[in-house]
Ligand binder design. Structure first.
Ligand SMILES: Nc1ncnc2c1ncn2[C@@H]1O[C@H](COP(=O)(O)OP(=O)(O)OP(=O)(O)O)[C@@H](O)[C@H]1O
Ligand SMILES: [Mg+2]
Length: 354
């Protein structure tokens, strides 16, 4: 059963499509991240699901039931926004209790439910605190508990962590995932941060200019991007402009490279090579492809050492594990090798729906 389904949903403002022909099926209990650049239609998509706005075309279904004639209040959707949006004049307890009070849940049941939720988000001791007495991370925990209080069918999170600093964000995203797993609730999580999306999602849905570019498990999005946009958006990448010749052959400048054999029409394309798949090979040992360049930069990234290597005026990024002892120095001449299976041609178009 699909927890959330969008069938060719569009939303226009005047002639401008904020969301265009988007189809997406989120299984019950699944955690799907919605990512894409600012203005691509992520929030609009959530608002369509929650029922704050109605689509101009297509259909929204929750638990396989069309929501065409169902209002916001009857959709049983829990929402958490970026900027906490707690009621400032209510304690943490009363914020979480709010939806239960409006639904006239008996006091005893309400108490135990709120206490259970505050424990779930690690705030048992802070039930009496006012929002202004809580840190940003704690406020978002309260917002999450409040969204879960009404036992929603679907949880929608719109960049819930973007106002928090990196450390809090890191720990809280895994906590959100844990809570989601425990409650088994269908969740759509909007984020700018592709790394965040890849690290916590069952599947990632990537949007661009109101359209869905690709929907798939993190590994698939990362390793098999449908097109240049996805390749560019997801992770650090080397993208070489050249020509796909078909049958696993790619021309980059004077070099005829052996690459992945993909179902892409011959013609102008980009070749994607992940920095961690480039290997520095001192000897002439066998490799599918070999390019020679000069080290122009070195950056320490904790466990990784990232090199910039200039090959005929094109900068290649190469990631080495920091345990590799013989890392080259600036101005060293190096050979970059890569196997055909690590070089993926991507076209300008082509989408992979979920
Ligand atoms: N009420 C509205 N009237 C006119 N245009 C709108 C309205 N709401 C959204 N838009 C436009 O629709 C597009 C998508 O907006 P949306 O808020 O969904 O983007 P987003 O992906 O959430 O961006 P961000 O990452 O910056 O939050 C934008 O170009 C926006 O300007
Ligand atoms: Mg938004």
């Amino acid at each position: 059963m699909a927890g959330v389904e969008l069938r060719s949903v569009s939303k226009r403002y005047g002639k401008f499509y904020a969301v265009r022909n988007v189809s997406l099926k989120v299984e019950k209990g699944e955690f799907v991240s919605l990512v894409g650049p600012s203005g691509c239609g992520k929030t609009t998509t959530l608002r369509l699901i929650a029922g704050f706005i109605a689509p101009d075309g297509g259909e929204v279904l929750l638990d396989d039931v069309s929501m065409a004639s169902v209002g916001v209040r009857n959709r049983q959707v829990g929402i958490v926004f970026q900027n906490y949006a707690l009621f400032p004049n209510l304690t943490a307890f009363e914020n979480v209790a709010f939806g239960l009070r409006t639904r006239k849940v008996p006091e005893e049941e309400l108490r135990s439910r709120v206490e259970e939720l505050l424990a779930m988000v690690g705030l048992s001791g802070r039930a009496a605190a006012w929002p202004r007495e809580l840190s940003g991370g704690q406020q978002q925990r309260v917002a999450l508990a409040r969204a879960l209080a009404i036992r929603p069918k679907v949880l929608l999170l719109d960049e819930p962590l973007s106002a928090l600093d990196a450390k809090v964000r890191n720990s809280l995203r895994f906590e959100i995932r844990r809570i989601q797993r425990e409650s088994g609730i269908t969740t759509i999580y909007v984020t700018h941060d592709q790394e965040e999306a890849l690290s916590i999602s069952d599947r990632v849905a990537l949007m661009n200019s109101g359209e869905m570019e690709q929907i798939g498990p993190p590994g698939e999005i990362y390793l098999h991007p449908a097109n240049r946009f996805v390749a560019d958006f997801v992770g650090v990448n080397n993208l070489l402009e050249g020509e796909y010749l078909g049958e696993g052959r790619f021309r980059w400048r004077e070099h005829l490279l052996s690459v992945e054999d993909v179902p892409l029409e011959a013609g102008p394309a980009a070749l994607m090579i992940r920095p961690e798949r480039l290997v520095l090979a001192p000897s002439e040992e066998g490799a599918d492809n070999r390019l020679t360049g000069t080290v122009t930069g070195r950056v320490f990234l904790g466990p990784l050492l990232r090199l910039a290597v200039d090959v005929e005026g094109e900068q290649f990024l190469v990631d080495l594990l920091n345990t590799e002892t013989a890392a080259p120095s600036l101005d060293d001449r190096v050979s970059l090798t890569f196997s055909s299976s690590d070089a993926r041609p991507v076209g300008n178009t082509g989408k992979i729906p979920g």
